[in-house]
Design a protein around this ligand. Structure first.
Ligand SMILES: *Cc1c(COP(=O)(O)O)cnc(C)c1O
Length: 409
């Protein structure tokens, strides 16, 4: 008899997006002429930068010649040309000192943020924000680090509410936690953390020998110069933090797949008897055992993001999304909604009117404006009373959707 991994049975059904789809289809069936616009999509809509396409075409040609063909990427951690460009542009340019040996290139930040927990002991106490990117939670459930779910929360996880009162940046937990997942700029709230706020977390992690798992997938959307793009802009963070980056949202790579994770060489975790162990070689060991590297063509495309032309083109695309974002913020505030985020992130966190729940508001906007949003409650208990709007739509659709929302009763 084959036994199943019963931890998977604890997972709450992937409820949010199927339920949104179900309600959308039901509405469309009842209103076949309605032109539904989605402001719920977490995917990009603009094409890849021409510099990326050129680099990938060139790489394809190289793959077709014996002299320039590439097989397995020898180290499995990413080509040096890409890791060097990362070090120079993403870190040195911001005063953060990261070495190329600390970078491991991968096919996505979803996999990396999901897989990283494997290298840490099963008895670690994990802390997540509420609302949260579900990957952090579900992968720990699968691993067996939690009990059952009740009322939308798993026992064994420390949830840190991100609410209006704390500007959607969590307070330090009262109890001691070991692994702390933070995501700034945040999906879904669009909130950012200041250097001072992150410094408190770094300090906490040092005191408690904890590790911060910092998801910076949206750093390219930061517009305010004082907001840190990397946790390594905070003094001492290299002792206690792993950082995740992705080209998915920053350069439209959701369908190409390329990301990287930074595991500092000085970062330690401990054996039960207190011996300090370097995490960097353990993560590489894990990756090289279970993953054989990102394609040469993809890495060549990713490196082109850092060329002069690539930088300019990527910025133009980000500007399209952030213009959407400003327009969403401005229009919704003008008609009396309370909105958060959207300044340094492509997400707007809209507070639903008094007494109207996330799903009720979702239904109202779908029925009256024919616009799909994402109910905040789907990201956690503390997301109740909000909906998430994304700025990834086509500008003409965003304008039309806002016009319709403004005309709602
Ligand atoms: C979209 C997203 C990512 C990126 O995932 P990829 O696997 O790199 O596409 C990572 N973290 C968060 C919070 C995201 O929303």
């Amino acid at each position: 008899m084959t036994l199943i991994n019963e931890n998977f049975l604890k997972l709450q059904a992937g409820y949010l997006f199927p339920e949104i789809g179900k309600r959308r289809r039901a509405f469309q069936a009842a209103n076949p002429n309605a032109k539904i616009i989605s402001m719920g999509i977490g995917d990009v809509t603009q094409p890849l930068a021409p510099a990326v396409i050129d680099a990938m075409k060139k790489a394809v040609v190289e793959m077709g010649r014996k002299e320039t063909f590439h097989g397995y990427d020898d180290d499995g951690v990413g080509y040096k040309f890409l890791r060097e460009a990362i070090v120079e542009n993403d870190f040195k340019a911001r005063g953060a000192d990261v070495d190329i040996d600390e970078i491991v290139v991968s096919d996505g930040a979803k996999c990396d943020t999901g897989n990283i927990q494997e290298v840490f002991g099963i008895d670690n106490i994990i802390a997540v924000t509420d609302p949260v990117y579900p990957v952090y939670v579900d992968t720990n459930v699968m691993a067996g680090r939690t009990g059952a779910a009740a009322g939308g929360r798993y026992s064994g996880i420390v949830y840190m509410p991100c609410i209006e009162k704390n500007n959607f940046v969590p307070e330090l937990p009262e109890q001691k936690v070991d692994l702390i997942y933070l995501c700034f700029p945040n999906n879904p709230t669009g909130a950012v953390a200041t250097k001072e706020q992150l410094a408190k977390w770094v300090d906490y992690a040092k005191k408690n020998k904890s590790i911060i798992l910092f998801d910076a997938a949206y750093e390219r959307f930061i517009s305010q110069p004082e907001i840190p793009h990397s946790i390594y802009e905070i003094e001492g963070a290299k002792d206690v933090a792993i950082e995740f980056r992705s080209y998915s949202k920053t350069a439209g790579f959701t369908g190409v797949r390329c990301a990287f994770t930074v595991v500092p060489k000085q970062l330690k975790a401990y054996t039960k008897d207190g011996k300090a162990i370097d995490v960097n070689p353990i993560w590489k060991r894990r990756q090289c055992t279970k993953f054989n590297g990102v394609s040469y063509i993809t890495q060549a495309g990713a490196a082109a993001i850092y060329s002069e032309a690539g930088k300019k083109q990527v910025q133009e695309t980000i500007d399209i999304y952030m213009n959407n974002s400003s327009l969403i913020r401005k229009t919704l505030s003008e008609i009396g909604y309370k909105v958060y985020g959207g300044v340094n992130a492509p997400y707007i966190w809209l507070k639903t009117p008094e007494g109207v729940g996330s799903w009720d508001f979702f239904d109202k906007v779908l029925n009256e404006a024919h616009v799909v949003t994402t109910p905040g409650a789907g990201f956690g208990v503390a997301g109740e009373g909000y909906v998430r709007l994304t700025a990834f739509g086509l500008p003409e659709n965003v304008k039309e959707a806002l016009k319709r929302i403004a005309a709602m009763s």
